[in-house]
Every structure is written in C-alpha cells, then in structure tokens.
Design a protein around this ligand. Sequence first.
Ligand SMILES: *Cc1c(COP(=O)(O)O)cnc(C)c1O
Length: 362
Amino acid sequence: MPAARIMNHTRATSTSLVRPDIAALAGYVPGEQPQGGDWIKLNTNENPYPPSPAVARAVAAAVAGRTLAKYPDPVATAFRRRAGDVLGVDPDWIICGNGSDDLLTILVRTFVGAGERLRMPYPSYILYRTLAGLQGAGCDEFHYARDWSLDDGFAAAAADIRLAIIANPNSPSGTLLAPDRVRELAARLPCGLVVDEAYGDFAATNCLDLVRENERVIVTRSFSKSYALAGLRFGFAVAQPTVIEQLLKVKDSYNCDTLSIAAATAAIDDQAWLAANRAQIIATRRRLTDELRRLGYDALESQANFVWCTHPERPHRPIYEALKAAGILIRYMHYAGWGDGLRVSVGTDAEIDAFLARMRSL
Ligand SMILES: *Cc1c(COP(=O)(O)O)cnc(C)c1O
C-alpha cells in the first residue's frame, strides 16, 4: 500500500477513536525550533546568554551524587526554600513545575471544568485557549484596547467563568499592566486571576504583593527566559497555601526531575547573575527599539525580552520571510480578527546588529 494511503487510513481511524472535542481541537503550535543549522534565533524569546555557571556545577554534582536512581523530591523542597528566601514568601506558598506551561496546565485543570469558561485577553499567549479546550471548556477572549490597556469589561461577572489569565508583561506586545490596575481587576473578577510573569524579571514591577493580599491571585514564573534555562524546563507558581494545597493534588507526582531541581536552585541562588543579565538585555532592548523606530517601524516600549513592531505601510510577512532566507528567525504573528506584526527577541548585541543590518537592506 502506498505510504500516503496508509497515513490517511491511520488518521481516519485515530480521529474516530479519540474524544471528538480533541479531534476538533487545533493544537498549540510553538515557535520554530530548528535543530541544527546556523540560525540567528530571535523568535521564541530565549535568553541569548548562557546561564549562571553555578547551574552546570549543580547538575554535575547531582549526577556525581548517584541520586538519579532514586525518584526526585516530589515538591522540590530545596528549590522552594531558596526561592522563598529570594522572594520573601514561605516555601509553602510555592509549587514547582516542568516549565511554567506545566503550572498553567495544572491551574486550568484545577479551576476550569468541562462546559465552563476561561477568560483571557486578546491578543496574548494562545496556549491558554488550548488549555481550556483540553478541559472541554470554552474561552472568553477579551480584546485589549488600542493602547494595550484592559478595561473593566475584562472583569465583568459571568456565571460560568472559572479563571482568568493574563500574561504580564504581555506577549506579543511586551506591555505591562501596573500592579494597581491588576489589583482592581482581581477585586472585580468573579473568579481567580493568574498573572503569568514569564517575563516578570525584565519588567519594572510585578504582582507578587497581590498574592499576599488576595487569595484569588496566583503568579507564575519561568526559568526559560530570564534564567536562560529554556532547555531545562522549570517554572513555579506563587499562591496562598490554601490554593497550593489544591494544585498539589492535580500535578504529576514527579513533575520536576532531580537535575532540573538542582539547576533551578543554583540559578535562583545567583541573583548577581540575574541582575547583570537583566541589565544587558534591557540595554540591548533600548537600542533595538530605537533603531526599529529609526527604520520607520512602530516599535512598542517593551517590559520583556522582545520587541513588538508593526510598519505603517509595508506588509509584515514578507519581512519575516526575507529575514528567514538570510538565516535570521523572528516571529511573524497573525491574530484572527485583530491584525498582525513582528516580534523580535532581544539577542546578543552582535545578533541584533546582524538583524538591524539586514532590516536596513530590505
Ligand atoms: C515562554 C512563556 C511561557 C512558558 O514558559 P516555560 O517555562 O518555558 O514553559 C509562559 N507564558 C508566556 C507568556 C511565555 O511567553
């Protein structure tokens, strides 16, 4: 049988075997991750610098310590102690995950049941919609205003809304809602509010204080961006202990492995590395934003490690394609019912120089 016919046959069968809502679901498509090749990769907001050297030492020590034959600590106690010191919360306010996407999955599974709804702003991180779909739940997508503020309609009451999630700073815009505004929205919302701070370390402020004030606010953090550990998979959430207790029931028993716990503990212990990296990224972000503006783009002020830009006349997709042909990957984003634009991660100065040189020649 020709290969194409076998594949078609397989597809038809599996579609009828799985849950109809899963078969109908458009799966989340992450940014391109080319394996090999000599790309300048500015498309998925990884940190362009290597992580703290303490990370490699901690991983080597964990391997040498012969602990890999044993299961990891199910609740990553060593990490939670260290992170609690750094953030000024007790360890029982922290739950760890296999990247912050794992925490988002745990949160949606905990709060949102089949037939209920998740509220999110639009455009934002599309994964939230997928997570609601996996629950058999709906998604209430509330448009940002033109200036990327979020009006009170976002917090409007609705009987079937069980959770709201905002990315703050937001992706793709890089804009930030001030903590005072998030506090107001949290107070009005009829449900819990997750503040996804995957980019929080690059921003001027964050919403950790709101977690202390309000049981309904949960903050998530990632090690993929600010700690330069996207390949490792580690993130955590901060919430009041009564909430953490519920989340612990939903997570996989061993969702973080021995090596990632050791690495993340060493990484969060090196706050001097974080401060230096942050300063470098913010300096390069300033230069990237200014240069894009000089080239005629509307580049938003970013509080994250990427810059969102649009051009008043030129179509965006061909720009992405021309850069890709030259070995430079950025992100072309098109949001149905909203519009499109280009998101450029803050790379090293050399990477950004190469990107800007190519942009000038377009
Ligand atoms: C990158 C990103 C995440 C995922 O982070 P991981 O820790 O790598 O899973 C979550 N939310 C937003 C908005 C992101 O951009």
